[in-house]
Structure formats: structure tokens, C-alpha cells
Design a protein around this ligand. Structure first.
Ligand code: GLY
Ligand code: MN
Ligand code: MN
Length: 377
């Protein structure tokens, strides 16, 4: 996959500079790793990006000096980037950089700075020749990331396409007597074979009663006849995540297992059918939740219907009931998120079905192409 080009990075930076204008900030200190990558293509585990109205400054230490030099010599170079060496402390280098730039009002990412770090910055800015005021910002970069650009969509489509053979391998290997952990290993090995650089989260293989625990992982239990098994896995390709869940039955499923499965299947179909531009995220959630409530399973569905996917496996938009901290927003073309309703009955088991969708001009494309009917293995 090709990295975002210099022109694509310029367009991203323009959108964030608009936020700087709106907030009357002279600069934004970007410390969120995914946000740094989004704006610069620097994908290291350390680094700080300072974005001013006119320039971009990447602070990196010795470990990344050569990697950044190679990036800057490539077609994926970050436009007009000034690379600054961090000889010892990132915090000292940052304050020196801000002072040198002569910026007076500087935003920082409140979600990506610890209270301790902020305190250190504040104390060490006191008494400098020029006063620098720090201002917390929220979602300055995340807001731009909600609508995926062409480079992101190409990678997200490919990340979703490659999950099909992984699901096939999981289904081939799921059988009575196989342990959850062994099956998780097969799934993760198949992801590596497909070229994913890592898993997007801890693989979930939840069998029998464990399937009623939405965020169980994988343990020593062996799959047994009559189990429902929730398989939830995803990989990261060139930084971008995919996320898929299928639920299978070991041996013939009981009538109750079928009832649960059909309810979740219908809920997922209803939510997918609701996705189109202008529809609120809360309405997509309500479409899934309404089906489960009508079947008497409202209380069995205690999580949101989905979440955005991109450089982070959980990002905006959140497909949930409106909450004080997560307002409902209208869908727009270019948003990518999961649709993953579930129903969980403690002591019995649970079902979740999860796919990744892209909002188009007229509806949505389901990016993950894996059969959805209940399989009896
Ligand atoms: N297992 C994480 C998720 O599906 O969101
Ligand atoms: Mn998942
Ligand atoms: Mn998910």
C-alpha cells in the first residue's frame, strides 16, 4: 500500500490549520501518536509535532533520525517539515522550540498530555523572556480524521479485504476439543500471513458461557458441542485497522441459540440498512437496538452498536445512544465504522456479528466480505 502523499498531507494540515484559526492559536503541539502520523507520516513510538499557521516541526530523538530522513527523501515526505533533534528531553526540546518560534498562544491536545507533563510545561514556561500561554484543545486533529481521504480509504478497504482468509482459517480450525487460546493463535498467525503488521486488539475467542462476556479474550477452555463461540479479531495494515466478529456454533445449535443469532443478525441488517448521509449516529444505534428490544433482548445488548475505524481501532464516530460525552452526529460520506450489535445471556452464551462499513453518497459499502449466516461446525 502507498503511504499518503505530500499533497494529501498538505490537505490534512490545511484542515487542522483552519482549527488553529478558529481557536485563535499560533501553534498546536500534537502529541497523540495517531495524530502525528496522520499529519506527518512519522509512525514512530516517540515524537512531537508542532504545527504553526505556516510551518511544521517534528521533534525526534536519535532512534528516529534516520527513519525521518528516509521519509523526507520519499514521495510520502511531510511538506515543509523542519526536523529538530531531541538530544535529551522531549519536554525541554519542545519548550525551546516554542520559544524560538516566538509563538504566544499554544494549543495542546488535552486527551494526549498527562497532568504531570502539563504541570512540568507550565512551571518551566514561567519566567521566560517571552510569555507563552498554553491552551487545552479537544479533537483538533481527530475532527479531521473522521472523514477518510482517498489514501485512507484505499488502505481501509485493503485491510478489510484481507480479513476474509483469516475468517476462513478460523472457521476451518474451530472444532470440539480445540482450546480458545489455540484458536486465537491460528487466527493471529493467519493475520500475519495476510500481511497485517499486528493485531488491532487482543483476539477474542469466547466459547460457551464465555461468549456472554463481550470483552472476554481467550483462555484454556476447550470448545464443546452445543457452544456458541464469539470470534472477534482484527489486524492493522499500514497503520489502519479492521475489526470483524463472527459467532459460530459447535455442533447443531439449540433453538435458543438460533433465536439469539437471528435477533442479532436482524439487528445488524437493520443498522446497516439505516446508514446513509444525514442519518444521525444515534438513529443507526436505535435501528439495531429496536430490533433487539422487540425480541425481548434490549437488556441483553448493553454496549454501543459500533465505533469509527482508522489509525485507531476505536475512534469517531461512536454509533451509540446519545451520551453527554458522545453527542449524536449526522453521518457523512467518507466515515468508516463498525456495526456490531450483540446479545449476551449470562450463563448461556452470547452472539455478536460485526462488520466494517463506509458511508457513501447514497448509503454504505460493507467493506468486510465474510459469510454471515450461523455456521454449525
Ligand atoms: N473487540 C473490540 C471491538 O470489537 O470493538
Ligand atoms: Mn471487534
Ligand atoms: Mn469493534
Amino acid at each position: 500500500m502507498a503511504s499518503p502523499t505530500t499533497a494529501q498531507l498538505s490537505a490534512r494540515q490545511r484542515r487542522v490549520r483552519q482549527a488553529l484559526d478558529d481557536l485563535t492559536l499560533d501553534a498546536l503541539v500534537v502529541t497523540g501518536a495517531a495524530n502525528i502520523r496522520y499529519l506527518s507520516n512519522h509512525a514512530g513510538s516517540a515524537g512531537i509535532l508542532v504545527l504553526t499557521r505556516e510551518s511544521a516541526h517534528l521533534l525526534v530523538d536519535f532512534r528516529y533520525r534516520e527513519a525521518v530522513a528516509m521519509l523526507q527523501a520519499s514521495p510520502a515526505a511531510c511538506p515543509d517539515l523542519r526536523v529538530r533533534d531531541v538530544p535529551a528531553s522531549y519536554d525541554e526540546a519542545l519548550l525551546a522550540c516554542l520559544e524560538e518560534l516566538g509563538v504566544a498562544t499554544v494549543g495542546f491536545e488535552a486527551a494526549h498530555v498527562t497532568v504531570a507533563k502539563h504541570e512540568w510545561w507550565r512551571r518551566n514556561l514561567e519566567g521566560r523572556r517571552t510569555a507563552i500561554a498554553l491552551r487545552p484543545t479537544e479533537r483538533a486533529v481527530e475532527q479531521a480524521r473522521v472523514i477518510k481521504d482517498a489514501a485512507e480509504l484505499a488502505t481501509l478497504r485493503e485491510a478489510a479485504r484481507r480479513i476474509r482468509p483469516v475468517a476462513d482459517a478460523a472457521i476451518r480450525a474451530a472444532a470440539e476439543g480445540v482450546s480458545e487460546r489455540h484458536l486465537a493463535g491460528i487466527i493471529e498467525s493467519a493475520m500475519r500471513d495476510q500481511g497485517y503488521e499486528r493485531t488491532a486488539f487482543d483476539t477474542i475467542v469466547a466459547s460457551g458461557p464465555h461468549s456472554a462476556l463481550p470483552h472476554y479474550r481467550a483462555g484454556d477452555r476447550r470448545l464443546a458441542a452445543g457452544d456458541l463461540v464469539v470470534l472477534d479479531f482484527g489486524g492493522v495494515l499500514d497503520g489502519y485497522c479492521c475489526d470483524l466478529t463472527r459467532t459460530v456454533a459447535i455442533g447443531p445449535p439449540s433453538a435458543e441459540a438460533r433465536r439469539l443469532y437471528t435477533a442479532v443478525y436482524d439487528a445488524q441488517q437493520a443498522a446497516i440498512a439505516a446508514v446513509r448521509p444525514g442519518v444521525e449516529t444515534s438513529a443507526v444505534d436505535a435501528a439495531a437496538r429496536g430490533v433487539l428490544e422487540d425480541r425481548g433482548l434490549g437488556a441483553a445488548f448493553g454496549h454501543g452498536t459500533g465505533h469509527g475505524l482508522g489509525l485507531d481501532v476505536h475512534e469517531e464516530p461512536r454509533i451509540t445512544r446519545p451520551r453527554p460525552d458522545v453527542p449524536s452526529v449526522p453521518l457523512q460520506p467518507g466515515m468508516v465504522f463498525t456495526i456490531e450489535p450483540g446479545a449476551y445471556l449470562a450463563g448461556f452464551g452470547g452472539v455478536r456479528i460485526e462488520d466494517d462499513v463506509l458511508v457513501t453518497e447514497t448509503g454504505c459499502d460493507v467493506l468486510t466480505d465474510v459469510p454471515r449466516e450461523l455456521l454449525s461446525l
